[in-house]
Ligand binder design. Sequence first.
Ligand SMILES: Nc1ncnc2c1ncn2[C@@H]1O[C@H](COP(=O)(O)OP(=O)(O)OP(=O)(O)O)[C@@H](O)[C@H]1O
Ligand SMILES: [Mg+2]
Length: 369
Amino acid sequence: MSITKEQIMESLKKVLYFPKGSNVVDLDMVDRLTIEGNKVSLALVYPQANDKNAHIVKDAAERTLKADLGESIELFIDTMSEQEAGRGPLGKVKNIIAIASGKGGVGKSTVASNLAIALAKTGAKVGLLDADIYGPSMPVMFGLNGERPGAKEENGKTKILPIEKYGIKMLSIGFFIEENKALMWRGSMASNALNQLFNDADWGELDFMVLDLPPGTGDIHLTLVQSVPVTGAVIVTTPQNVALADVRKAADMFKNDSIKVPLLGVVENMSYFSPEDCPDKKYHIFGQGGGQLVANEVGAELLGNIPIVEAIAETGDRGVPIALDDSTATAKTFNEIAKKIIRNVDKRNVEQAATRIVQIDPNASCSTN
Ligand SMILES: Nc1ncnc2c1ncn2[C@@H]1O[C@H](COP(=O)(O)OP(=O)(O)OP(=O)(O)O)[C@@H](O)[C@H]1O
Ligand SMILES: [Mg+2]
């Protein structure tokens, strides 16, 4: 007798997802169900990436299905986040790229804003989320200080509308608070506010969402990278050797077993000083080779070196990021970095897809995992 979809669903109704106090079928967590003879493959979809209960639920599903349908059934159960399954508020956001650093003030926000523009220039749909709750800088860097995002009603829920500028959809906590007030927020308030920017906003379809993280490796980082399916991280550093220990800490955070966010590369900022009137001259005032050293150390590619150029700071303060002006050497460097990131994201996505294909290889000898 062949196995039917109804039998599978009936059996899975006995499998509970404790955090929501119901079973995986009623919670609509079962996806991509295919049945071929006695081979059954399906995905269990969780609200967030890296759900701590995923293993328990998967084991329970395997046990229950085998008990109900017989030991001879071959099961291939995948685990994915709502975003990976194309569902939820970030369901149409293909890739989320976190811009991080160990130390503050190294140029994360400068890199995030210019990278977002360089990515958009390739024709990609780009969003930018300023996740620096304590020191949001995107409203200034995009010339949007004092602006307030609009809202719309959707299915009885209020959705925040990201502000669009230079072809990029943008949100920052800086749009909702008075300057310097966020510093008084406690951790949970900050995390809740961030959650709203992700989940209660109408991001729509995006190829890339660039996340400008606050400096360091604190609780807010952990909450964020655990609750949002980050595709990969870009680490920004300066050439000084002293930065290495901090960078290592940031890299370790992403590599942590419960997070497992791949590093897409390292950007060395403030690599050397280049006078405005003599752009070919390079003064390595902070030493040389630090970025490459960091990249080797954390096992990632050095994506590019950005010099100290007055125009980078000036355009940032003026709200017209330098990457908009393709006649500048800096814009070209950001274009190159964007291309390398796109390549590394594609590579990572292909690798991930390959693990999925291996998982449902009908010739595989192992029936689960
Ligand atoms: N390559 C550069 N050349 C000149 N100025 C730069 C460069 N990179 C960054 N800056 C300037 O340095 C300052 C700090 O940069 P930025 O705000 O991007 O750092 P950050 O790492 O985001 O800081 P924080 O840790 O506070 O979030 C800004 O005024 C910025 O304009
Ligand atoms: Mg910043």
